[in-house]
Every structure is written in structure tokens, then in C-alpha cells.
Design a protein around this ligand. Structure first.
Ligand code: NAP
Ligand code: ZN
Length: 363
């Protein structure tokens, strides 16, 4: 038995924010827009959005200080700043960080008695403000997922989701916004999308529909990631990467991510390795471990990538970090207990996990 549910209306193409303005208008009269410090002012996305909101008579408040890897405290700050105002919808404009923050804020503004910790128990809320997502990186797919990944007070990344409310209502994907992504952000976000599609494809939760999306997404990334790394302003290749990351988001909306994501989280929060690279550092093993259970799928992945490690090398992945003994112990113990293991194929023993962290460690 399988099911498929992905309720986001997706607009894709040049100037799609403007073209989808009627849908935006239908959400109401007052919007809270969350974005990062700089990039949305530089890539034209914030201007486009502000113009369209003005045209359709929507008033907006702007919070433009969303940091990378949003924390519980950031969410608390935003909610307390805007708690006294009333909004009809929340827009997350930028990479996964502003989009994920928008999901948390949309729930908490509608449920003033809840704390950020309560987000992790979706039975505690049955309403949220509608969410609009405008991605400016081609990586997380957060515009079409129900997940939001926040860093808790102890420094660990933890995802929450609601089966319906945290899916954006509308997503606007205009690849022009991604043309100025640096080489390193292009690499890390593109690898994040690749991990989503490969992990989802090999997950025990994969479905016929998620597999269709996953295969297409992998093909698009293999063809277009090397191009955008060399020709950052190639709009056609950027569009293909944005489509690939959206498809990969639709994949994980059905399957969740698997253990590569869980293993990567501490490298991001404690060692500042960007999310996509931190995750991709473990992708080869996720594929290898699946080979006994789904050999034909592993064969598909390996043949299209020309081998996982080869492809990762080709696009310049190289993750090396200092890890001390205590970190090694704590991270290993934590990874051994993550829920992701229930739907990851293979046998990720404590020894294997420890070895994988040793592998990225600078000796
Ligand atoms: P991000 O953390 O949102 O942003 C990273 C950096 O990219 C920021 O410095 C940002 O600058 C810059 N940036 C964004 N768009 C840009 C553009 N068009 N041109 C130039 N620079 C740009 O990056 P991300 O990789 O998209 O998101 C990562 C986060 O998403 C992590 O917290 C990860 O855990 C989460 N995630 C969520 C899901 C999900 O399903 N919800 C899936 C995977 C990952 P500014 O700050 O100036 O904007
Ligand atoms: Zn990811």
C-alpha cells in the first residue's frame, strides 16, 4: 500500500511571482516576509515580491535577519517581535533557512500559547497561517515539503513537521534568483538535492511516484550540476537544477531523508560544514548499504552517476574536519538512535557509524 500527498501549488518559470499574483492575493491582506540579510536584496527576488505585493494591495512587514541553520532562539525572537500584529500569511524568501523559519513562525503566530518545542508534537496544533515559499537556492526543496529543520538549544538540528499545515500553500520558483549563487553554495545546495533524491529513492518508504521524481531529479543533477559550477549564469542549467531540487523535495515529502542526513547534522552545527556537503559525505555508504536489498536501484544510481564517489569527486566534494574523542562518542551514540534508521536500508551498526565519522576526521 502507498499513498501520495503533496498539496503545494507550484509556479515555475521566469517572473512567476508576478504571474501568480492572484493566488497570492487570495491569501489575504497582510503578509510577514522572512528572508536573510543580503542575498534576496541582491538577486532581485525581494524587489519582485515587494512590487507584486504592492500591486495587489497586500501590506507587508519584513524581517530580514534570518541566519543560516535557524535556531530555536531565532524563531522565538521573530515570534515575540510580531506576536501583537495580525497577519494573513507568512512568506519564506531565500534558501532553506528562511523557508523553514517561515513554517515555524506560521504555526506559532497562529497558536500563541505554544512554545517552539511544541512544534515537535503536531497533535498540539490544528491551525497555522498559510505559508508561501520562494526558494533562491536549488537544494533543500523545502518549498514542497512539510519539514522544517531547526537547531535546538543544545545545538542539534532537529526536523519537525505537520502532515498538512507545514506544507507551503504556494511555491514560486524563478531560477533567475539563483544565477549569482557562489560556486560553493551551488555545490553544497546541489548536493543536498542529490542526497534527497538518492536517499528517497533507496528509502524503505519509496513509492512508485517518488521513484519517478527521484530518477528524473538524479538525471537532471548529474547533467546540470557540473554545468552550473562552471557556467554560473547559464539560466537553462539553473532552471534544471531548480526543477531537480523541487522534484527531490517532492521525493522526501513522501519518503523523508535517511541516515546520511542524520549523520551530517553535527558536521553542520558544530563544524560549520554546509548542510549539502555534510550530508553528501555519507551518501556513498547509503548507496552501498542498499545494494543487498535493492540491487537494481543501486545499479541505476551507480550507472547514472558513474559511481557515487566519482561523481562527488568530480563536483569537488571534500569534507575534512577536526573531531575529538568526546564528539565522536556523542555523535555516534546519537546517530545510532535516530528515527531515520528505521527506513534506511542496510545495517548501520555503531561500528560503521563511528568509522564513517573517523573517515571525515583530520588525523
Ligand atoms: P540557507 O541556509 O538558506 O542559506 C545559505 C546562504 O546562502 C546564506 O548565506 C544566504 O544568504 C545565501 N543565499 C541564499 N540564496 C542565495 C542566492 N540566490 N544567491 C546568493 N546567496 C544566496 O541555504 P540552504 O542550503 O538553501 O538551506 C539550508 C537549510 O535548509 C539548513 O538549515 C537545512 O537543514 C535546511 N533543510 C531543510 C529541508 C526541508 O525539507 N525543510 C531540506 C534540506 C535542508 P542570505 O542569508 O543573505 O540570504
Ligand atoms: Zn537536505
Amino acid at each position: 500500500m502507498w499513498q501520495y500527498f503533496m498539496p503545494t501549488r507550484v509556479y515555475f518559470g521566469e517572473r512567476c511571482v508576478e504571474q501568480g499574483k492572484d493566488a497570492l492575493k487570495s491569501l489575504g491582506k497582510r503578509a510577514l516576509v522572512l528572508t536573510g540579510k543580503r542575498s534576496s536584496k541582491e538577486n532581485g527576488s525581494l524587489d519582485d515580491l515587494m512590487k507584486v505585493l504592492a500591486q495587489i494591495g497586500v501590506e507587508m512587514e519584513l524581517f530580514d535577519d534570518v541566519e543560516e541553520n535557524p535556531t530555536f532562539n531565532l524563531v522565538r525572537t521573530i515570534v515575540s517581535e510580531f506576536a501583537q500584529e495580525s497577519f494573513d500569511f507568512v512568506v519564506g524568501l531565500g534558501g532553506g533557512s528562511p523557508m523553514d523559519t517561515a513554517k515555524a513562525v506560521a504555526v506559532l503566530l497562529k497558536n500563541p500559547s505554544l512554545k517552539v518545542e511544541d512544534l515537535y508534537d503536531p497533535s498540539k496544533y490544528s491551525e497555522a497561517l498559510p505559508i508561501v515559499a520562494i526558494p533562491t537556492t536549488a537544494g533543500t526543496g523545502s518549498e514542497v515539503t512539510q519539514y522544517s529543520v531547526l537547531t535546538d538549544d543544545a545545538g542539534f538540528k532537529r526536523g519537525f513537521s505537520h502532515p498538512v499545515l507545514t506544507f507551503p500553500k504556494l511555491a514560486f520558483l524563478d531560477a533567475r534568483y539563483t544565477l549569482k549563487l557562489s560556486e560553493s553554495l551551488t555545490r553544497s545546495t546541489g548536493l543536498d538535492a542529490l542526497c534527497h533524491s538518492v536517499e528517497g529513492f533507496l528509502s524503505k518508504r519509496a513509492t512508485p511516484i517518488s521513484d519517478l521524481y527521484a530518477k528524473k531529479s538524479i538525471e537532471l543533477i548529474v547533467e546540470n550540476l557540473p554545468i552550473v559550477l562552471k557556467q554560473p549564469e547559464n539560466l537553462r542549467a539553473r532552471e534544471n537544477m531548480l526543477l531537480a531540487s523541487c522534484l527531490a523535495g517532492m521525493v522526501i515529502s513522501q519518503t523523508s531523508t535517511t541516515v546520511a542526513h542524520a549523520l551530517g547534522y553535527p558536521l553542520t552545527t558544530f563544524k560549520n560544514i554546509r548542510h549539502g556537503e555534510a550530508t553528501a559525505a555519507f551518501l556513498d555508504v547509503v548507496v552501498e548499504q542498499a545494494s543487498m536489498e535493492v540491487p537494481e536501484k543501486v545499479e541505476f544510481v551507480n550507472s547514472i552517476l558513474g559511481g557515487v564517489s566519482n561523481f562527488l569527486k568530480l563536483v569537488g566534494l571534500n569534507v575534512r574536519v577536526e573531531i575529538n574523542e568526546e564528539e565522536l562518542e556523542v555523535w555516534t551514540k546519537r546517530a545510532k538512535n535516530v528515527p531515520h534508521l528505521q527506513w534506511t536500508r542496510g545495517n548501520f551498526t555503531e561500528e560503521l557509524i563511528k568509522y564513517l565519522y573517523e573517515r571525515v576526521k583530520i588525523h
